[in-house]
Ligand binder design. Structure first.
Ligand code: DGY
Length: 315
């Protein structure tokens, strides 16, 4: 039997199926370091890794037994796919199955930030709420406002649909290539044009070197002072210090974040800000979605093991 390493606990039915086809080892201890990854690549035939496991070029530099990484997650910026290809290791991911859940988290952040839900929740829990207040915690209306989506892939389009059909918002977007969308939406000329036009900016790009610090101080400076910034993609897409400064100085009104530059580290300065609504990378965190992600990751590995090409191959 081929040796499969699964780096996090996955849904029981998927794990059971994996055990019927592979000699399965479950990694314990959470995210794997570069040296854990190097050891895994030298020890197993195939691996089912996820976000946080550091499959860097260095991890691929030693002896390699593995031929297949079936990543659990659509984002695979934690895997150096070029180094993997050079070492003859196939990489696959799990698109589509997490689109709705992740778009829902974008809406949770958009609404939560617009309506100051985090501040309100903290007020109730701390006992500081003094009753209905005509001027208390006034947020901003969402209906009729403009959302600017950065990255109009599957998740960006699902967010656009929710904003347009669900909340009567106008949609503008920035995408690196021209894009025709099913949802009524206008592609503007350049990132800064979207940052400037939007009441809510939502980042939905992939991570990786092409988008690192795409949202820098200049991009944030293009936003309206009333603007709200949302990120559900990868923390590295945003210059986190520049964002903190924009929030501290009220250069923008608020931010809703599901992702951070050095997860799970969230800078103290960010955690101290009332105008930041912060979630712990929950984008795909529904039981249904996580099971579907596990199934898709495993199906890719099975396809490879049976001599085929994994359907969601990325390198
Ligand atoms: C992904 O799949 O890339 C998500 O960020 C994990 O929830």
């Amino acid at each position: 039997m081929l040796k499969l390493l699964i780096t996090r606990p996955i849904a029981a039915p998927v794990l059971d199926q994996a055990r019927t086809k592979f000699d399965v080892t479950l990694h314990e201890g959470g995210a794997m370091s570069v040296s854990d990854c190097a050891t895994a690549l030298a020890t197993y035939d195939c691996i089912l890794p996820t976000l946080g496991d550091q499959f860097t070029a260095e991890a691929f530099a030693g002896d390699i037994r593995a031929k297949m990484l079936g990543n659990f997650g659509v984002g695979y910026n934690h895997i150096d796919t070029q180094a993997a290809a050079a070492a003859d290791v196939i990489v696959s991911n799990t698109p589509d199955v997490l689109t709705d859940a992740t778009a829902d988290i974008a809406m949770t952040l958009l609404l939560g930030t617009a309506r100051r839900a985090g501040e309100g929740e903290r007020m109730v829990r701390s006992g500081a709420w003094g009753g209905f207040d005509v001027k208390g915690l006034l947020g901003t209306h969402v209906t009729g406002k403009t959302v600017g989506i950065i990255g109009m892939g599957r998740i960006g389009q699902a967010i656009a649909a929710r904003c347009h059909y669900g909340f009567g918002m106008n949609v503008v977007f920035h995408n690196r290539s021209p894009k025709v969308t099913a949802v009524p939406a206008q592609q503007l000329d350049g990132l800064h044009a979207v940052m400037a036009a939007a009441d809510f900016v939502v980042v939905a790009t992939p991570g990786g070197s092409e988008t690192t610090k795409l949202i820098d101080a200049a991009a944030l400076a293009a936003m309206k002072p009333s603007g709200i910034f949302i990120n559900i993609s990868r923390g590295e897409v945003v210059d986190e210090i520049a964002l903190i400064e924009a929030l501290e100085t009220d250069q923008i009104t608020g931010a809703g974040l599901d992702v951070y530059e050095n997860e799970p580290h969230v800078p103290d300065r960010l955690r101290a800000l009332d105008n930041a609504f912060l979630l712990p990378h929950l984008g795909s965190a529904t039981a249904e979605t996580r099971q579907a992600m596990g199934q898709m990751a495993l199906d890719n590995i099975i396809a490879w093991a049976e001599g085929g090409d994994p359907p969601q191959r990325v390198n």
